[in-house]
Write a protein that binds this ligand. Structure first.
Ligand code: EPZ
Length: 427
C-alpha cells in the first residue's frame, strides 16, 4: 500500500486544475443504462471509483470506450453504450468494493423492468442504510424484495406506474436512484424533500439532455413525467466542489494563495462562507475561485447540513484548518454518525480536539508537528494531508487507497503549487 510523505511549511502558490466531480460522475455513469444509444461523458476524473463503476457497467454488457486522453491530461472522455444489456445483477464482490454501485438499481429497473443489487454494507463513516432508496422506488410502483443479502426490484408489466414520495430525511443517493427510475415510468413521479445538491442538478440536466421531462430542478420538489424512451447525449461532468474546497483549506492552512481552476463559486458557497468567517479570502475569478490567507485564522462554529448547508464532505478538511485557528471551534456533524475518525490522528499531530457524539470541540493550537498517521476514510485522509502541509517536519499518511478514491493525482496537483509531497510504496 502506498503512502504520502508531506514536508510541512511550504506556502502553496499557483493554480490547481479542479477535476470533474466524483459524486456527479458516479450517478451520471449509470444513466447509460437508460438508453440503447451512446452516452458520452466528458471531464470524468481519473479515480479508482470511476474505474470500478466502468467495470460494473461492463458486467451488464455495456461497452465503454475511453477517448483521446493522454496520461498527463485531466478530464477523461468515456462513451458508454448499453445497446444490449446482458445482465441485471450487481454482484456482492463488486458492490462491497464500491457502495455507489447501488445507483444501478433505479436505472436498471427503469430500463429492464427488474434489477438485483447486493446490499451495500456500511462503511467507516456510518452504516449507510438504503431504506429510503427502496421506499421511493416502491412508492413509484416497484415490487421490492430483500433476500440472501440482495435487494431485488421488479416493475409491473408496462413499467413503473408512478406515484409520490416525501423523504423523511434528505438523501442524495436515494434521490438519484428515484430520479433514474422515474424518467422511464409509464406515469408521473413526484419527490418531496428531495436532495438539492449540485450533483443532483447535474444528474437532472443530463437526464433532460437525454429527453427526460423533469420539473423543479434545483428545488426539493421534483416532478418527473415518464417518457417511453431516452436518447443518447454528450455531457460534461460538473467540477468537483469538494475537491476544490479541500484544496482551498490546503492553501489557507499554509497561508498561501491558489487559483482553483474550473471551480464554481456558487456551488462552493457554503464552504466559502465558512472559510471567510475563518478569515480566508475567496473570490470568483475568470474560470475559477481564488483563495488566499495571511496566516491569521479565527475559530468558528460549523454545522453540516444538506445543500445548500455546509457539506458533510467538507467537515474533516475544515476541522484540519481550525486546529491552528485562534480560539475554540465547535463542529456539529448532523449527517453521518461516525465521521470523526480523523480526530485521533490530528491529535497525534499536536491538535487539541475533543469529541462527544456528533460534536467536536477544536481548541486552536500554535502549531502542528508532523507524524505517521493513518487514513481511515476518504475525507479524513485529506484532512491529514492538509494538516501535514502546515505541520513542522514530515507527515506520513498511510493507506492512500482511501485518498485515491476521491482525489485525482493529489501529489501532482499539490506539487503544482509548491508543496513538497512524495508518494512512496509502503514497505
Ligand atoms: C452521498 O452519499 C455522497 N456519496 C457522500 O459523499 C456524501 O457525504 C453524502 O451524499 C451526503 O452529502 C456519493 O454521492 C457517491 P445520503 P449518500 O443518502 O447518497 C441516511 C464522499 O466523501 N440515509 O445523502 O450515501 C444516511 O445514513 C462521500 O464523497 C438513510 O437513512 O448519502 C445519512 O445519515 C461520503 N437511508 C443521510 O441519510 C437511506 O436510504 C445522508 O445520506 C439513505 C441515506
Amino acid at each position: 500500500m502506498d503512502k504520502i510523505i508531506v514536508e510541512g511549511g511550504k506556502r502553496l502558490r499557483g493554480t490547481i486544475p479542479i477535476s470533474g466531480a466524483k459524486n456527479a460522475a458516479l450517478t451520471l455513469i449509470p444513466c447509460a443504462l437508460l438508453t440503447d444509444e451512446p452516452l458520452t461523458l466528458r471531464n470524468l476524473p481519473r479515480l479508482a471509483d470511476i474505474d470500478g463503476f466502468q467495470h460494473l457497467m461492463n458486467q451488464f454488457g455495456v461497452t465503454t470506450v475511453i477517448q483521446g486522453s493522454r496520461p498527463e491530461d485531466f478530464g477523461r472522455v468515456m462513451t458508454l453504450e448499453a445497446t444490449r444489456i446482458t445482465g441485471t445483477v450487481a454482484p456482492y464482490d463488486l458492490v462491497r468494493k464500491m457502495r455507489a454501485s447501488i445507483l444501478v438499481l433505479g436505472p436498471m429497473l427503469a430500463r429492464m423492468g427488474q434489477a438485483k443489487v447486493s446490499l451495500p454494507g456500511g462503511c467507516a463513516i456510518g452504516n449507510r442504510p438504503i431504506d429510503l432508496h427502496l421506499k421511493a422506488l416502491a412508492a413509484f410502483g416497484a415490487v421490492i424484495e430483500i433476500a440472501a443479502g440482495y435487494v431485488a426490484a421488479h416493475a409491473p408489466d408496462g413499467g413503473l406506474p408512478g406515484g409520490e414520495f416525501d423523504f423523511p430525511v434528505v438523501s442524495v443517493g436515494a434521490t438519484e436512484n428515484a430520479l433514474m427510475a422515474a424518467v422511464l415510468a409509464s406515469g408521473t413521479c413526484r419527490l418531496f424533500n428531495a436532495a438539492r445538491e449540485p450533483e443532483i442538478v447535474d444528474l437532472c440536466n443530463l437526464l433532460v439532455a437525454m429527453g427526460a421531462q423533469i420539473e423543479g430542478i434545483g428545488t426539493s420538489d421534483l416532478t418527473i413525467h415518464g417518457v417511453p424512451r431516452l436518447h443518447g447525449a454528450t455531457y460534461k461532468v460538473m467540477a468537483d466542489r469538494i475537491e476544490a474546497g479541500s484544496y482551498a483549506c490546503a492553501a489557507a492552512i499554509t497561508g498561501g494563495e491558489v487559483l482553483l481552476q474550473g471551480a464554481s463559486f456558487e456551488e462552493m458557497a457554503s464552504t466559502i462562507h465558512a472559510l471567510r468567517n475563518i478569515g480566508v479570502h475567496a473570490k470568483a475569478e475568470a474560470g475559477g475561485v481564488r483563495v488566499s490567507a495571511d496566516g491569521k485564522l479565527q475559530a468558528v462554529n460549523l454545522t453540516t447540513a444538506p445543500y445548500p448547508g455546509l457539506a458533510t464532505d467538507m467537515q474533516a478538511q475544515l476541522m484540519a484548518l481550525l486546529t491552528v485557528a485562534e480560539g475554540t471551534s465547535v463542529l456539529n456533524e448532523t449527517i453521518f454518525e461516525n465521521r470523526y475518525m480523523h480526530v485521533p490522528e490530528l491529535n497525534r499531530m499536536g491538535a487539541h480536539i475533543e469529541t462527544s457524539g456528533r460534536t467536536a470541540i477544536v481548541h486552536g493550537v500554535g502549531k502542528l508537528t508532523g507524524a505517521e498517521v493513518m487514513a481511515t476514510d476518504l475525507r479524513a485522509s485529506m484532512s491529514l494531508v492538509i494538516a501535514g502541509l502546515a505541520a513542522e517536519g514530515q507527515t506520513e499518511v498511510r493507506r492512500l487507497y482511501h485518498l485515491d478514491r476521491g482525489y485525482e493525482r493529489l501529489e501532482e496537483k499539490l506539487a503544482l503549487v509548491g508543496a513538497q509531497v512524495e508518494r512512496v510504496g509502503d514497505e
